[in-house]
Design a protein around this ligand. Structure first.
Ligand code: PLP
Length: 496
């Protein structure tokens, strides 16, 4: 079927090719969707059962990138679409498996994933209020709850945004607006500006600063103590040195905790320094800001209530799917001015705050309905689920650290403060150079075998194995088994 019409603007003839009724019917068939949906949920529920109960032994079936690509090229040509999702499961890392102790993304609660499905299906973009009334209102409720939990007052406001990386950038933009005298947003900067961060801060802080045009000189990296927390005795010196180079420091970022080693900075000391210098205090709690919910571990974030802004990722320690990041401002007005042409957010007497126009305050125009995940988990399980999750995982981190600490063949990078634990295989009389190679080889073998999933990192030039215990099904026995395996491999590699 072709429809011929005239384009009134340029008087040309337009030919409209509508979707064929057959295709249209097939794409949007409710019955097909129902069937496919039921099948998919069955598949995922079986996968959940098999992974958390370890009926399926492997966390990952490792493939080289080119082999993986070739598999999917062949699948595109000859594969049966019925096998698509089952194959996706076979070709991905199983975060619900208790022996997944690698990266910082969590084993999401299945209900969080269902909320994600609803967001994908409804596709309300949230750029304007009426394109997402419920998720907009719910976002306000959820961010208000987080603000209260952080110890902020009524004037606090927050947003949900696409990732800790983007949230850190957003916070630093707000900081510049608030603390730099020049109107950089409108005029650009004629002065050299800078932010202070720990040398152990997540690389995205460095990236955010570069995006803001601060350059290498504008990222003042303060060295860390032997435990990898920022050395607060050096703040004054690094601040003065920057000033002497004509750099105006407008913000300091604290890590809660740092990504590589999981060590929390002394937030109270950092906040005092920021108040003294009148600079913005941002806390990157992407990983461990969630400790505000843990009765046992909330001491790790002592001082967080003094922050000007805080980032917390829902997809890390809070059982949600990617991406569900919260950015909370102690003074809500700064959330309103981040991207505005005006330096102030002033309300006329007659006007009310337009908290519901979220896209004015977020980097994104369209974004997903991430607030549904926060709200649903809170409604279903209450804050207790976050308390128990953080507490369990941090407890496991301490227990794992203790196991490693008493083993002469293993060495901790530092005593863990959270669920991130870095360590390596060691042998007396063997050089660091050789140990680096051996630890790398151990990690490669583990990846190829796929019974455990761990990662690795370089700390002060030395190769460490890195684990993040993200799964509440992980047991001390499984962690002990991992250590035994690592030592077996280490010993075999040394004698080989
Ligand atoms: C994970 C992490 C980030 C990055 O957050 P994404 O949500 O992955 O973008 C930033 N900072 C810290 C401390 C992190 O642990």
């Amino acid at each position: 079927m072709k429809i011929i019409s005239k384009d009134p603007l340029n008087n040309k003839v337009n030919t409209i090719h509508p979707m064929t009724p057959e295709l249209l019917k097939e794409v949007y068939s409710p019955e097909k969707f129902r069937q496919q949906g039921h099948d998919l949920i069955d598949l995922l529920a079986n996968h959940l059962d098999a992974t958390v109960h370890q009926k399926n032994d492997q966390v990952i079936k490792w493939n080289l990138p080119d082999d993986e690509k070739n598999f999917w090229i062949e699948f595109q040509e000859k594969g049966n679409i019925k096998d698509f999702f089952p194959e996706i499961l076979k070709h991905t890392t199983h975060v619900h498996h208790p022996k997944y102790v690698g990266h910082q993304v969590c084993a999401p609660a299945p209900q969080a994933a269902l909320a994600g499905l609803v967001s994908s299906f409804l596709n309300n973009g949230m750029a304007v209020y009426e394109m997402g009334m419920a998720p907009t209102a719910i976002e306000r409720i959820v961010t208000d709850l987080l603000a209260k939990k952080l110890g902020f007052k009524e004037e606090s406001r927050g947003i949900l945004t696409s990732g800790g990386t983007l949230a850190n950038l957003t916070a630093l933009l707000a900081a510049r607006k608030a603390k730099v005298a020049q109107d950089v947003w409108n005029e650009g900067s004629s002065k050299k500006l800078g932010v202070m961060v720990s040398a152990e801060a997540h690389y995205c802080v460095d990236r955010a600063a570069r995006i803001m045009g601060l350059g290498t000189a504008g990222i003042i990296k303060v060295p860390v103590n032997s435990d990898f927390s920022i050395d607060t005795t050096l703040l004054e010196k690094y601040y003065k040195d920057a000033q002497n180079q004509g750099i105006d420091i407008f913000a300091l970022v604290g890590s809660a905790p740092s990504t590589a080693t999981g060590i929390y900075d002394d937030l109270t000391a950092l906040s005092s320094f920021c108040i003294e210098k009148d600079i913005w205090f941002h806390v990157d709690g992407a990983h461990g800001g969630a400790a505000i919910f843990s009765e046992k571990y909330k001491h790790t974030v002592k001082g967080i209530d003094k922050a000007d802004s805080v980032v917390i990722d829902g997809h890390k320690m809070m059982l949600m799917s990617a991406i569900t990041t919260a950015l909370i401002f102690r003074e809500g007005q700064y959330s309103h001015t981040t991207f505005s042409q005006h330096a102030d957010y002033l309300l006329q007497d007659s006007e009310e705050e337009d908290w519901y126009n979220l896209a004015k305050r977020t980097f994104e125009c369209t974004k997903t309905m991430m607030s549904l995940q926060w709200f649903l988990l809170l409604k279903l399980y209450g804050e207790a689920v976050f308390d128990q999750n953080v507490t369990t995982l941090y407890d496991l981190g301490q227990a794992f650290g203790a196991l490693i600490g008493k083993d002469p063949k293993l060495q901790l990078a530092t005593t863990p403060m959270s669920n991130i634990v870095c360590f390596r295989f060691v042998e007396a009389g063997v050089s660091n150079e050789i140990l680096d190679k051996i630890n790398q080889k151990i990690r490669t073998e583990l990846l190829e075998e796929g019974t455990f999933y761990i990662v690795q990192t370089k700390i002060r030039g030395v190769h460490f194995l890195r684990t993040t215990i993200m799964n509440p099904f992980t047991t001390p026995a499984a962690l002990e088994e991992l250590l035994t395996l690592i030592k077996q491999k280490g010993v075999a590699l040394i004698t080989a």
